[in-house]
Design a protein around this ligand. Structure first.
Ligand code: 5GP
Length: 193
């Protein structure tokens, strides 16, 4: 059982934030959690980042251009948004989250640290979980191993990761993502699923 400050598992969780540094495995863990608990609503973000090979618009993300993102921000259509790794913008569409919460569902947001901080203001009752790597060396190995970033992009992401790791204490709980099943188990407990 991971450290879980301030958690009670008997209350319904409306919004769960899963955050953590680059390449820690947030996407893999959230996908496995959602397979196990299909009743969860996993929020789909909008991003100005171009799709990676194999990514599809409307599946992993809604891929949008800068003017479209500007319009979403201006219309207050995003619950939170951030420029991640000093490059592209990512945001959580507000309406699907509000609708799912109103319908009594649990919404999962897989977002970066800046976004997690904003959600702390807009949804103070959100349950905030930080996924940490087993070690710095393992984080580097996972980032380099997935081979989706250039060496410069890897450098930039690792710089951000150092800062992000230092903020784990802001979260309600920290789960070390050693193995996917172990992490999913911990999340099931923390989210009272
Ligand atoms: P990637 O480019 O690898 O898909 O994602 C880069 C980072 O952006 C990850 O840390 C991911 O959690 C974060 N991210 C994805 N969607 C959102 C979002 O809607 N808001 C924020 N703040 N961060 C996001």
């Amino acid at each position: 059982m991971p450290a879980a400050r301030g958690f009670t598992t008997d209350e319904h969780v409306q919004v769960a934030v899963i955050s953590g540094p680059t390449a820690v495995g947030k996407g893999t863990v959230v996908a496995a959690l959602s397979r196990l608990h299909p009743e969860l609503v996993v929020s789909r973000s909008v991003t100005t980042r171009p799709p990676r090979p194999g990514e599809r618009d409307g599946v992993e993300y809604d891929f949008v251009d800068d003017p479209t993102f500007d319009e979403l921000v201006a219309a207050d259509g995003l619950l939170e948004w951030a420029t991640v790794h000093n490059t592209h913008r990512y945001g959580t569409p507000r309406r699907p989250v509000e609708e799912a919460v109103a319908a009594g569902r649990t919404v999962v947001l897989e977002i970066d640290l800046q976004g997690a901080r904003q959600v702390r203001t807009s949804y103070p009752q959100a349950r905030q979980v930080f996924l940490a790597p087993p070690s710095w060396q393992e984080l580097v190995r996972r980032l380099v191993g997935r081979g989706t970033e250039t060496p410069e992009q890897q450098e930039r992401r690792l710089r951000t990761a150092r800062v992000e790791l230092a903020s784990a204490d802001e979260f309600d709980a920290v789960v070390v993502n050693d193995t996917v099943p172990g992490t999913v188990d911990a999340l099931v407990t923390l989210l009272g699923l």
